[in-house]
Design a protein around this ligand. Structure first.
Ligand code: 0RA
Length: 268
């Protein structure tokens, strides 16, 4: 259904966000094209292109894109994704896409590999030079055999997804672009936008409370760093009679069932 379809976008965006939250990327392009095709580009380190230690005949990119839990180690560094699916995301999206292309700019070389329904249809190839950029670009079209002919990416849903990610990590700028033909009669969603909220969670809380009566004008907000871990919170008080609400996230991924981060915060 369309919820599952949009989850594909969330998985690929989460991989790019992981690279940003880890401090290696600060810009993500999120582009909805015609023909239900989505491109997500980050300016991070680029997926590793060398041979994979466990599968010496394959590149690490191919292993990440075709193997569940490719979570293992890449040249001693772990591919630790913090999103909900622990690194299965990219390979599941690939399996459920009629076409998926990954382009990697790394060490001044531009690489590309193409897949169809999760199966490589080319090797990882050097297709040019990348003298002054680096990062990973994933372009994919969900498989209509899986999702049906009628399930389409909704520009508004994707735009709000991009916005909420940008709010949840002040260190990233997400550039949204959408084919204007997909926006007929759409008054809420722009064809392009730069989403960057330097105020982080305080900006997010101001946005969700902008139409509510508040007791204090500015939220309390803090970014705490301890032992290399970061914890960020923002809190405000609504006028009497307004319903309270609470949301928690781990590395920008919503955690509706809570967890020790939420329990600890409430106790504090
Ligand atoms: C594994 C290792 C390294 C980077 C990545 C994965 C990586 C994955 C994705 C997915 C989307 N964007 C990404 N950017 C990076 C680190 C490789 C190194 O040591 O340079």
């Amino acid at each position: 259904d369309e919820r599952a379809l949009h989850h594909l976008a969330a998985e690929i965006l989460d991989n790019a966000m992981d690279e940003a939250v880890a401090g290696h990327a600060n810009r993500i392009d999120f582009i909805l094209e015609s023909a239900n095709t989505l491109t997500i580009r980050d300016n991070g380190r680029g997926m590793p292109t060398g041979k994979h230690p466990k599968f010496p005949e394959k590149s690490a990119v191919e292993v990440i894109m075709t193997t569940l839990h490719a979570g293992g180690k890449f040249s001693g560094k772990s591919y630790a994704t913090s999103g909900g699916l622990h690194g299965v995301g990219a390979s599941v999206v690939n399996a459920l896409s009629s076409t998926l292309t990954v382009k990697i700019a790394r060490e001044k070389v531009l690489y590309q590999q193409e897949f169809s329904r999760g199966i490589p249809i080319t090797m990882l190839k050097e297709i040019g030079t990348a003298p002054n950029r680096r990062g990973t670009t994933v372009t994919f079209t969900p498989d209509t055999e899986i999702f049906g002919e009628n399930a389409k990416f909704q520009a508004t849903t994707l735009y709000y997804m991009a916005r909420s990610k940008a709010y949840l990590f002040a260190g990233v700028e997400i550039r949204w672009q959408c084919d204007p033909a997909l926006l007929a009669n759409n008054e809420t969603t722009p064809a392009s936008a730069s989403l960057h909220f330097p105020g982080g969670l305080a900006d997010a809380l101001n946005d969700v409370t902008k139409d509510k009566g508040l007791v204090i004008a500015t939220p309390f907000a803090e970014l705490v760093e301890l032992d290399g871990q970061k914890f960020e919170w923002a809190i405000t008080w609504l006028d009497a009679g307004e319903d309270e609400f609470f949301s928690s996230f781990c590395n920008t991924v919503p955690t509706p069932s809570g967890g020790t981060h939420e329990t600890g915060f409430r106790q504090a």
